[in-house]
Design a binder for this molecule. Sequence first.
Ligand SMILES: *Cc1c(COP(=O)(O)O)cnc(C)c1O
Length: 226
Amino acid sequence: MVTTGEGGKRHAGLETVRGRIAGAAEAAGRTPSDIRLVAVSKTFGEAEIVPVIEAGQRRFGENRVQEATAKWPPLRERFGDLELHLVGPLQTNKVREAVALFDCIESLDRPKLARALAAEMERQDRRPALFVQVNTGAEEQKAGILPDAADAFIAECRDEHGLEIAGLMCIPPLDEEPSLHFALLDKIARRNGITGLSMGMSGDFETAIAFGATLVRVGTAIFGER
Ligand SMILES: *Cc1c(COP(=O)(O)O)cnc(C)c1O
């Protein structure tokens, strides 16, 4: 599947990734348009991002609030509606900025953050979609709620804070078979009645699609090495 933007411009990395997404979807008996691509543009500047926008990509991911706040408002002014996802950890002192800037926050992972987001979304009357990040590998250094605590946390987000949970997100450990983690995330989502699954990066998005990903977060395969 080749998609070109308004000016008919093409971007090799983007085309390759779109083609691979379509191939993986077909192989899994899924509809390619059910899988949304988040182009992860962290560390890249306008020179690299603009050609990707001009080739038709509208959904981007960043992992740091500060970097995104500096980068995206001018691009939005120039290109109109773009969908921005926060895929990195969120500190509570950055919640105000994050709610103002992002359309989707994929890293909701603790009660204190749920409370802060609920209050700030109310204050700004702006409601980015929320994904709960699950630390499926129970890695000490990694963000995310532990799998055992996920059900209770999701219930707390919904019942105590009135937050709608659009999906779950995970980043599998580097040295493990990602499919086990994708399957676990899917299982937690199903038993909580959640349909969104953000999983799969440059190295494993085709596997993630086979396991039900609805969002894949791809940086390197589009933009090149960081
Ligand atoms: C950087 C990043 C990605 C993209 O990783 P690539 O391997 O470059 O595709 C995806 N998700 C998160 C959370 C990231 O921080």
